[in-house]
Design a protein around this ligand. Structure first.
Ligand SMILES: NC(=O)c1ccc[n+]([C@@H]2O[C@H](COP(=O)([O-])OP(=O)(O)OC[C@H]3O[C@@H](n4cnc5c(N)ncnc54)[C@H](OP(=O)(O)O)[C@@H]3O)[C@@H](O)[C@H]2O)c1
Length: 294
């Protein structure tokens, strides 16, 4: 099997290089090798390489910058997935694509299901939702994994920012009224490999469409930060901030250019049932990555 992978240097892309390797030949591209803003280049590359599967973790993920750079976000997040889908449809290839909890407005209570109404609050969420729809419209075989709060040892993320700030500052204020599940890039990559294999070997068991993929459990950014910092302290890392100086604040006190959903909880029952998988608790993934980093 020949798998084309985009965004090889991103958090999820990095882990996918490892997880997809046992399935076949992985042709992994960074932005310089395959620019998703360049529709002609995408088409030429796919027609040349003729992959059996396309795995697309590349995205415009700078949520706040997207508010003032919507044209670029649109090209990468909204247009490119449709172009990948059109070419995949010609080739008979499967597309695996990723999306986000930010397609929701976060006003619903409880865990959100795939068919629940969407309502993105910013450019990033709007363009990611448009990308889901553009891919689905092409008629290519496709799986779209909506995930949340991604972290890993490789790349920039909230976990690493908290480790740095905890070493530098005596006090921290962290948002406590947004709820979700931190999801390890390695978990997303491992689930992708399982899903890709099943989708190609037993296609009838894997309907096309959106699947929610997040770690089990739920937490706030504040409780997540406190857990990370406690882990670093226990590992003997020099930490400046005292435990009681990690202050919970409402999102209203931490204004950002893009609004974030208050509820990022994703119901993963569809994914677990379709693929027969168990999703570990978010703390397991965080502790594992902490061990790697520390
Ligand atoms: N991070 C999160 O918390 C989160 C939450 C929910 C969903 N997601 C979704 O999960 C997926 C993976 O996210 P991630 O955290 O792994 O993202 P990431 O670490 O920010 O990586 C994104 C990758 O996309 C690449 N990229 C950006 N513009 C490109 C272009 N024009 N052409 C080709 N590649 C380009 C980047 O390349 P450079 O390294 O060259 O910039 C980077 O390697 C994305 O679909 C994202 O929307 C992420």
């Amino acid at each position: 099997m020949r798998i084309l992978l985009t965004g090889r240097n991103g958090q999820v892309g990095f882990e996918l290089q490892r997880a997809l390797a046992p399935l076949g030949e992985v042709l992994a591209f960074d932005r310089a090798g395959l620019d998703l803003a360049d529709e002609t280049a995408i088409r030429a590359r796919l027609r040349d390489l003729r992959p059996d599967a396309i795995v697309n973790p590349a995205a415009y993920t700078a949520v706040d910058r997207a508010e003032t750079d919507s044209e670029t976000a649109e090209a990468i997040n909204a247009v490119a997935p449709g172009v990948l889908g059109e070419e995949a449809e010609r080739l008979g290839a499967l597309v695996i694509h990723y999306s986000t909890d930010y397609v929701f407005d976060g006003q619903a209570t409880g865990f959100q299901r795939e068919a629940d109404p969407t309502g993105p609050q910013g450019v990033y969420g709007r363009t990611k939702l448009a990308g889901e729809q553009a891919l689905a419209r092409t008629g290519a075989r496709h799986l779209i994994f909506r995930t949340s709060w991604v972290f890993g040892a490789h790349g920039a993320n909230f976990l690493k920012t908290m480790l740095r700030l905890a070493a530098e500052r005596e006090a921290l204020s962290v948002v406590a009224d947004q709820i979700g599940a931190p999801t390890a890039a390695s978990l997303i990559a491992d689930v992708t490999a399982h899903a890709l294999r099943q989708a190609l070997r037993e296609p009838a068991s894997v309907p096309d469409g959106v699947y929610h993929l997040a770690a089990a459990g739920e937490t706030s950014w504040h409780a997540y930060a406190s857990h990370v910092i406690a882990g670093a302290r226990a590992a003997g890392r020099p930490i400046r901030v005292a435990e009681d100086a990690i202050r919970p604040i409402p999102a209203a006190d931490y204004p950002t250019p893009a609004r974030r959903p208050a509820n990022s909880r994703l119901d993963t029952e569809k994914l677990r049932n379709t693929f027969g998988l168990v999703l570990p608790h978010w703390r397991d993934g965080v502790d594992h990555v902490l061990q790697q980093i520390l």
